[in-house]
Design a protein around this ligand. Structure first.
Ligand code: G3I
Length: 300
């Protein structure tokens, strides 16, 4: 293939990017988006603060713009994210107990119903595990509603949109470590008890290297019976092109690694200001990391 999306498709995979609604009027941005990518994640527009700015009042305008643009270009969309401790609307941030639990359930039901049948997957729960060596849950207002909040979120999403793949998504889970093992144990438990979960996303915000057990980590999750995806890939540092290729090769070596998504198009689109972690420069030119990524996709 001669584009990221077409090359990934040759092995049945996709290649996606995060999209920001504010850039859909930028012809350079949209030109690259439509040429290179066949999967899209809304960078902010489907999050809780964006979709339910006041309780019970929903706004899908920007999420719908991203979805319609993607569908018009033959791409599918990953919903991101239904339940997360971050980017909650102000009205939810101070809530607790059954009021917050009920608000979360209603939010998931409403948003997943709005997009029912139109998304290939949802990040149902994002970043619920703690960093460091404990392997446990992150403290948050959602966690304090009870340890079952994650399975309630997944069951609620399944009921609202039975056709969407339901994913857990997190960062610093790229190698075998305490945090990824905590998530692994949760997924194994969900599978054993019939809690609906279809996929695990590995954000892969990397700095100049990738853990040596990256592929093994993807594989151990796949062996539990879930698909895995690279969901927010960006890589800073002088070894960038080699590390991108290594990440692609790891995904290609895992049958259930169904695709990769980079977290933005040009370096100037990245949340990592000044780190130049993406595949296109500020002018939209292909970088060495683009070429190494394309070659690794074509080698599969
Ligand atoms: O929209 C407002 C704008 O009106 C205001 O003028 C401006 C002033 O700061 O802020 C704008 O909102 C910003 C928003 O991005 C849209 O640009 C927020 O401040 C800013 O915090 C927000 O950052 C996003 C971040 O998530 C928030 O947690 C990034 O764009 C987005 O790339 C990032 O994405 C996350 C994933 O969802 C989850 N994994 C980590 C990843 C990187 O942090």
């Amino acid at each position: 293939g001669t584009t990221l999306g077409a090359s990934a498709a040759e092995t049945g995979r996709y290649f996606g990017t995060a999209v920001s609604v504010g850039k859909l009027g930028d012809s350079t941005y949209v030109g690259i988006l439509n040429r290179e990518f066949n999967r899209v994640t809304a960078e902010n527009e489907m999050k809780w603060d964006a979709t339910e700015p006041s309780q019970g009042s929903f706004n899908y305008a920007n999420g719908d713009r991203i979805l319609n643009q993607a569908v018009g270009n033959g791409s599918r969309v990953r919903g991101h994210a239904l339940a997360w401790h971050n980017q909650q609307p102000g009205w939810a941030q101070g809530m607790s107990g059954s009021a917050l639990r009920n608000a979360m359930v209603n939010h998931i039901t409403q948003v997943a119903t709005h997009y029912r049948g139109r998304l290939y997957a949802w990040d149902v729960v994002n970043e619920a595990f703690a960093d460091g060596n404990g392997g446990g849950r992150r403290d948050s207002n959602l966690q304090r509603t009870g340890n079952d909040w994650i399975e309630v979120a997944f069951r609620t999403a399944r009921a609202a949109d039975p056709g969407a793949k339901l994913c857990y998504n997190d960062y610093n889970t790229d190698g075998v470590n305490a945090k990824s093992t905590g998530i692994y144990n949760m997924v194994a438990d969900f599978k054993a008890r019939g809690v609906p979960i279809d996929c695990v996303g590995f954000q892969s915000h990397l700095t100049n290297s990738v853990p040596g057990d990256y592929q093994a980590n993807l594989q151990r999750f796949a062996n539990l019976g879930v698909d895995v995806q690279i969901t927010e890939l960006d890589i800073s540092g002088s070894n960038q092109a080699n590390v991108y290729a290594s990440v692609v090769r790891s995904c290609m070596a895992v049958a259930r690694c169904t695709g990769l998504t980079v977290w933005g198009i040009r370096d100037s689109d990245s949340w990592r200001t000044g780190q130049n972690p993406l595949l296109f420069d500020n002018n939209g030119n292909k970088k060495a990391a683009y070429t190494s990524t394309l070659n690794a996709l074509n080698a599969g």
